[in-house]
Design a protein. Structure first.
Length: 489
């Protein structure tokens, strides 16, 4: 006999359905744990876009499965079986981290309770958990008691909001929008350019400054660049320093740049999306010396704090600047009446309205693990990159683009005698072959117009031997490609 169909409302998260909730969530967790057990040492399966698209678009969404187990099986086939796993030591491509389990515990509550952090009356304690984390981060940065900030969807949004505040600050000071310029190094993140576009400043508003031999913004070039703007009647509305560039992990000389920015009346934004995890390090916090001089700082907890996406923050030294994004809506966050205490509404500081309670993930991480352990994870990947860098430097077949600074290693296969042109040609082939084999994933980048491979190391469990294994594979593929070419010639 067929079981009776469940009541149509039984899908809602509700006290009447608590048993069904627990049972379904347990099945989901078991399903994921099973998949986790099957991924061993293969970060990817090498699936092509065509192969990935076909089974998905073939699903008729108007013909539901009406069965959770069947839907889990289907989801595995369409997605999970070919997912890219960031916990595998042979995943070394982009700035994705393996995530910590305390944050996953929090995720259950973030989505189950589904608080929205825009107003106090939708989040209650959540508002203060977010605020306390912002205050804690601000204190780690070295900001004073006037600091404030807000969680955002990522570094891109944090940078956008920082530049929005900088723009409105400059306009409030009487500068004409058409004269506003943003300075960043040639290795600054592309979200700076995108922000300038979105803010209506135009592509020409971003002035890129060369980097020094360690790929940090060249202070000797920044001074003259600022002076040139002054001479042309333009205003440097912001200088964006990067604390951990995406390719080289370079940390711009924050103190020196801060002095120059201040002398020219520019807002100093520090994009620490990548390097921000050093705030938790018990041994390398000093690498961020000068960050306390910033007007605003971007921190991506979903990179070097091992948090699930999304988790990021914009922190500002003077919280009153956040008023540039405040708008009072009668239905949501009305302007307080004369004599009334303002409600603590986070929407007043955010460019989002409805907003996930992502802060709870970092909260549970700090409460269960403590910040020192997060910092130890960061130290582990920085140590790993240094050791891998040594290995590459000592290799006869590999070339190192620059000494590792944070946790990336930029290198290429180039045995003695191989021309740069040939290395440029081989490098993308080596990368795609690695991906197709599913044995390892590395990133590609260009340095001064030439092709390089990049390892981004964010897995504190990966060993030097794991990463050297990837490099051995790179060498073997490179040698195989050269052999095949010689055979064909
Ligand atoms: C990753 C990154 C960003 C963008 O952050 P998202 O969270 O991906 O939006 C910005 N700046 C730097 C330096 C980054 O590494």
């Amino acid at each position: 006999m067929k079981a009776p169909a469940p009541h149509p409302l039984s899908h809602l998260f509700h006290p009447h359905h608590a048993a069904a909730y627990v049972s379904l969530m347990r099945r989901g967790v078991d399903h994921l744990a099973d998949a986790l057990g099957r991924t061993r040492r293969r970060p990817a399966t090498g699936t092509t876009p065509e192969q990935a698209a076909k089974p998905v678009v073939d699903v008729d969404l108007d013909r539901p499965l009406l069965d959770a187990d069947a839907a889990l099986e289907e989801m595995s086939r369409l997605y999970l079986d070919d997912a890219v796993w960031f916990h595998e030591p042979t995943y070394a491509a982009h700035l994705n981290c393996p995530v910590v389990i305390p944050a996953l515990l929090a995720e259950v509550f973030v989505s189950g309770v589904n608080s929205s952090l825009d107003t106090f009356d939708q989040s209650v304690g959540g508002t203060f958990i977010e605020r306390h984390l912002i205050d804690w981060t601000a204190a780690r940065i070295g900001f004073g008691p006037g600091a404030d900030g807000v969680f955002t969807s990522g570094g891109t949004q944090s940078n956008l909001q920082a530049l929005l505040l900088a723009r409105d600050h400059a306009v409030a000071a009487g500068h004409d929008v058409a004269t506003l310029r943003v300075l960043t190094s040639v290795d600054g993140h592309f979200s700076v350019q995108k922000a300038a576009r979105m803010l209506g400043l135009g592509d020409a508003a971003v002035v890129t400054v060369p980097v020094d031999e360690r790929r940090r913004i060249d202070v000797a070039a920044l001074g003259p660049a600022l002076a040139r703007l002054d001479a042309e009647g333009l205003h440097p509305m912001a200088v964006v320093c990067t604390a951990g560039t995406t390719d080289f992990g370079a940390i711009d000389p924050l103190l020196q740049v801060a002095g120059l920015a201040r002398a020219h009346g520019a807002w100093l934004h520090v994009d620490a999306a990548y390097g921000g995890g050093l705030l938790a390090s018990t041994t390398r916090r000093g690498w961020l010396a000068g960050i306390e001089c910033a007007d605003s700082v971007t921190i991506d907890y979903h990179k070097t704090w091992f948090q699930p996406v999304s988790s990021s923050a914009l922190v500002v030294a003077d919280g009153t600047h956040l008023g540039h994004v405040t708008w009072h809506a009668d239905y949501l966050n009305p302007r307080p009446l004369e004599g009334d205490v303002a409600h603590p509404n986070q929407v007043d500081k955010s460019i989002q309205t409805t907003r996930r309670f992502d802060a709870l993930k970092l909260w549970m991480t700090l409460r269960i693990m403590g910040p020192d352990q997060v910092g130890d994870y960061v130290d582990a990947v920085v140590d790993l990159a240094a050791a891998v860098g040594e290995h590459v430097r000592d290799s006869d077949h590999l070339e190192l683009a620059a000494d590792p600074q944070l946790s990336t290693v930029v290198l290429r296969y180039r045995p003695r005698g191989l021309s740069v042109d040939n290395a440029d040609r081989l490098t993308p082939l080596i990368r795609s072959t690695l991906y197709e084999r599913g044995a390892a994933m590395v990133a590609a980048t260009k340095v001064d117009g030439h092709a390089w491979l990049k390892l981004t190391l964010l897995n504190p469990m990966a060993t030097v031997a794991d990463i050297v294994g990837i490099l051995d594979e790179v060498e073997a593929i490179g040698a195989g490609l050269l052999d095949a070419e010689e055979g064909a010639a």
